[in-house]
Write a protein that binds this ligand. Structure first.
Ligand code: ADP
Length: 385
């Protein structure tokens, strides 16, 4: 009787194992299982086909060493930054995009999700599922190329609209009535907005394709803020909003960075502060030189961002509920662009906000750029290295 029970338990365990095996092999994406030390214990046929190895070549190998992961700049990802390490360290599932090197040396873009297998809160292994996203990347590249081309083409007719509207409003083509003047001003404002939108779209495609051109030069952070504040004075005055500038501390705000990009970042942040603050509000721009970087901040006492939306603020097309109702113009692309631009300048951005009270955006820029400017697109297709 006891023997019969034992053999039933063994049979049950074997059935479970066979089921798990079948499940693992049938996952429609590449799947790799490791033990607690990161050694490969299982690998499914899709993963083998995608990476170009045989099962024998991978089983028992230390995963991070055998399968090389690369960043979009073609540099090997540090062990500490590999999703599998992060999953082991945090005990949580990690999803990231990077590049894998196949056995034949080609690289391919992949989306990876690693989940730790936990036993009493201790990782005893991990399962990684990954997908080759070469096709999606190609579609994305074509989409960016299209947006870039379309935006360039839109600029020419737009500049004609702007030029002639200005000539009409200034009376170069005869007297215009006050009502006509009002309409012409609306056309000018709308075409200015369209121009800004085109610039944003072009910048986003440049950021996403890694082709943004960075020209670092020595400048004073405070000066750039001053220039931007002057340029936005009209918009602030219209809402009777005061914009002040303060240099904090004694260390100079001199940095070596790209002035146009820095200007674009500050312009976006102050424009938002003006847009999302009620009439009569106050905006404070602060610059603080520190040992290794310069800290910029833009504080407003405006509408604030609802707490439940805080983690979406830098996502593409995000617009908070409380602002959409009151301010219809906006694309939700500004902060996404700002974050992308700051990443290219090795900077960091964060914010604090309380709905109904106000918002403070902070960003830092290193005093010296350490990495080389990225002027080349990351590998989009499987390329020989
Ligand atoms: P846009 O301003 O074109 O909508 P952004 O990406 O610049 O796009 O901003 C995204 C959203 O974040 C805004 O729509 C708004 O809801 C919120 N936001 C940004 N800056 C502020 C601010 N200073 N105060 C309140 N809300 C803000």
């Amino acid at each position: 009787m006891a023997d019969q029970k034992k053999s039933l338990t063994i049979q049950h365990a074997q059935e479970q194992r066979a089921q798990a095996e079948a499940l693992f092999s049938s996952i429609g994406e590449g799947a790799i299982a490791t033990d607690e030390f990161g050694k490969i214990t299982r690998i499914n046929p899709i993963a083998l086909a995608t990476l170009g190895y045989s099962e024998k070549e991978l089983l028992g190998e230390w995963f991070p060493k055998k399968i090389l992961a690369l960043t979009d700049r073609n540099v090997p990802v540090n062990l500490i930054d590999r999703p599998i390490t992060k999953a082991f360290l945090t005990g949580k599932s990690v999803t990231e995009k990077m590049f894998y090197r196949r056995k034949n040396g080609d690289t391919l873009p992949v989306i990876i999700t690693v989940s730790p297998i936990l036993l009493e809160n201790r990782p005893i292994g991990a399962i990684e599922v990954f997908r080759d996203i070469t096709f999606e990347e190609e579609v994305d590249r074509m989409k960016s190329e299209f947006i870039s081309l379309a935006s360039h083409q839109l600029r020419t007719p737009l500049s004609a609209i702007k030029t002639y509207s200005h000539m009409l409003v200034d009376g170069y083509m005869g007297e215009v009535t006050p009502a006509q003047k009002k309409s012409l001003r609306t056309i000018i404002t709308a075409s200015n907005r369209m121009n800004e939108l085109i610039s944003t779209l072009l910048n986003i495609t440049r950021i996403e394709s890694g082709t943004i051109n960075i020209v670092p030069k020595v400048l004073k952070g405070e000066r750039v803020c001053e220039e931007v504040i002057k340029e936005l004075a009209l918009a602030a005055n219209e809402k009777e909003i005061t914009v002040s500038l303060k240099h904090r501390g004694r260390i100079s705000s001199t940095i070596k960075t790209d002035s146009l990009i820095l200007k674009e970042i500050i312009t976006n942040l102050i424009t938002n502060a003006i847009k999302y603050t009620s009439e009569g509000g106050a905006i404070r721009v602060e610059v603080q030189g520190r040992a290794r970087d310069v800290l910029f901040s833009v504080h407003d006492n405006g509408w604030g961002i609802p707490e439940h939306s805080h983690d979406q603020v830098f996502s593409k097309f995000f617009r908070a509920q409380n602002t959409v109702k009151r301010e219809t113009t906006g694309t939700g692309l500004g902060l996404y662009l700002v974050k992308g631009l700051l990443e290219r300048l090795n900077g960091k951005i964060w914010f604090e906000s309380t709905e109904g009270k106000g918002t403070s955006f902070y960003f830092t820029l290193p005093k010296e750029r350490k990495t080389k400017p990225l002027t080349k697109a990351p590998p989009k297709k499987a390329v020989k290295m």
